[in-house]
Design a protein around this ligand. Structure first.
Ligand code: ACO
Length: 428
């Protein structure tokens, strides 16, 4: 690979250094482009823009590869646990036994919310979307921990990180309890991360509740699969907000907001709504696929297509298998899984989807599993946020340690009116 590319604009020529990643991806360093030529790049949706260097996650969208810190997602999904993956993403290495135990202990010691945070929920409407509630509460939590906003102190930063990882399941479960008008169930620090979450969601003060290990394992694997995905929309939001150096909790609240949308994490909810609609109205997968192809129809095949994957999303491949296994173990017959698999088969054999390289993404099968294990549909994206949290935090930490760190501030190509004089109101 040459070490530079040459760009000619009018009578100006600039050498752009070639930057190469550890997996031989190539980027052109345009940092001096505007200063030397007056031009900027134009890249709506940032599809060709590398916003940073990162050691955390590698994706090869053409080959369907996803690795966290070098480890294949397939191995982590099968053999690791969510808290171990959190530690991996935050430290760059798998923890040894003692390190993992210490990490698990500190997370389990910080799961409770300040009582005033519990009361805060009451001010919010019961029918609010849980992503809105979750983002609001995480932002509000920054007001309870102002002293942890101290980037100069690794101890305080670590304390903020542990508290967020520990408290997000409590916050998430309370979003659900609040919507139901049920009392909060306090965390049980003897339970593992996912079992504790399930208990806070589904236990009530009047009945005993034992988290089902099959369901807890499925939740834990879902969290592992969602833990990071390099510079996606919500992670870029966390980095961009973080680049002005506000409280970590404010950055994560922004990430939750970005994840909420149906083109990103909100797609898992939309997939189930689509499958239920097909079951109710359309009758056949082929009919819905025809609608998704029709440019005059706003329907899209939710859970299909990805900005980076032009092959089967490796997470969807794992989740397809998990969906079949979990439903089988629980003895649940899911009509939605049947419809989903029909839909996938029709789409994968259709020239429209083949030509555009549209394959199932992580959201296609995750919703079917959530539904089968009893997670309420509006909570699907909240579980995605719980999974993505360590990735957001790891990227935020990495950004603050990078030599070339600068506040994020894209440019634009202005297309509005040119200079004109103000006209007083009586003359308009
Ligand atoms: N159904 C039907 N057609 C689709 C779909 C789909 N799900 N996805 C893309 N296309 C078509 C587009 O209409 C476009 O067609 P054209 O070339 O004829 O105009 C072509 O495929 C390329 O699509 P873009 O929208 O340009 O791709 P982009 O990279 O901008 O968008 C996205 C990616 C947002 C994920 C898109 O595929 C989509 O909307 N999918 C459905 C929503 C979804 O599942 N989101 C979750 C993504 S994964 C995640 O965030 C966790």
């Amino acid at each position: 690979m040459p070490d530079k590319a040459t760009l000619k604009i009018g009578d100006k020529t600039i050498d752009l250094p070639v930057v190469q990643g550890s997996e031989e991806e190539v980027a052109l360093d345009i940092r001096h482009l505007r200063a030397e030529t007056g031009a900027i790049t134009y890249d709506p949706g940032y599809a060709n823009t590398g916003s940073c260097k990162s050691d955390i996650t590698f994706i090869d969208g053409e080959k369907g590869i996803l690795r966290y810190c070098g480890y294949p997602i397939e191995q982590l999904a099968e053999r690791s646990s969510f808290l171990e993956v959190c530690s991996l993403l935050l430290n760059g290495e798998l923890p040894n036994g003692d390190e993992l135990q210490a990490f698990q202990r500190s997370v389990s010691r910080h799961t409770m919310l300040h009582e005033d945070v519990n009361r805060f929920y009451r001010a919010l409407p019961k029918d609010a979307h849980p992503m809105a509630v979750c983002s609001t509460v995480v932002a509000a939590l920054s007001t309870f921990y102002p002293h942890l906003h101290d980037l100069g102190s690794p101890e305080r930063t670590q304390s903020a990180i542990i508290r967020l990882i520990a408290k997000l399941p409590t916050i998430a479960a309370l979003c659900f309890k609040h919507s139901k008008g049920q009392p909060a169930i306090y965390p049980d620090n003897d339970l593992d991360y996912s079992s504790n979450f399930l208990r806070m969601m589904f236990a009530t003060p009047c009945e005993s509740y034992e988290p089902d290990p099959v369901i807890a394992k499925a939740v834990d694997q879902l969290l592992v699969l969602h833990a990071d995905h390099e510079q996606n929309c919500s992670t870029s939001a966390v980095r961009l907000v973080g680049s002005s150096r506000p409280h970590l909790f404010a950055c994560i609240a922004a990430g939750i907001g970005a994840l909420w949308g149906p083109l990103h994490g909100g797609a898992n909810q939309k997939v189930i709504e689509m499958l239920e609609r097909i079951e109710r109205e359309e009758g056949s997968a082929a009919k819905f696929v025809a609608r998704a192809k029709d440019k005059g129809d706003s329907a899209r095949l939710m859970g299909f297509g990805h900005r980076v994957y032009k092959n089967y999303d490796p997470r969807a491949k794992i989740l397809r298998k998990t969906a079949i296994e979990v439903l089988d173990k629980l003895g649940v017959k899911s009509r939605l899984l049947d419809i989903g698999m029909d839909l996938e088969e029709v789409a994968l054999n259709d020239p429209y989807f083949i030509e555009r390289k549209l394959y199932p993404n992580v959201d296609f099968y995750s919703g079917i599993i959530y539904k089968a294990i009893g997670i309420p549909v509006p909570m699907f994206t909240v579980l995605f946020a719980m999974g993505r949290l360590p990735g957001w935090i790891a990227q935020w930490v990495e950004m603050h340690h990078q030599d070339d760190f600068r506040i994020g501030r894209p440019r634009q190509v202005y297309t509005g009116p040119t200079l004109r004089d103000y006209v007083s109101i009586e003359d308009r």
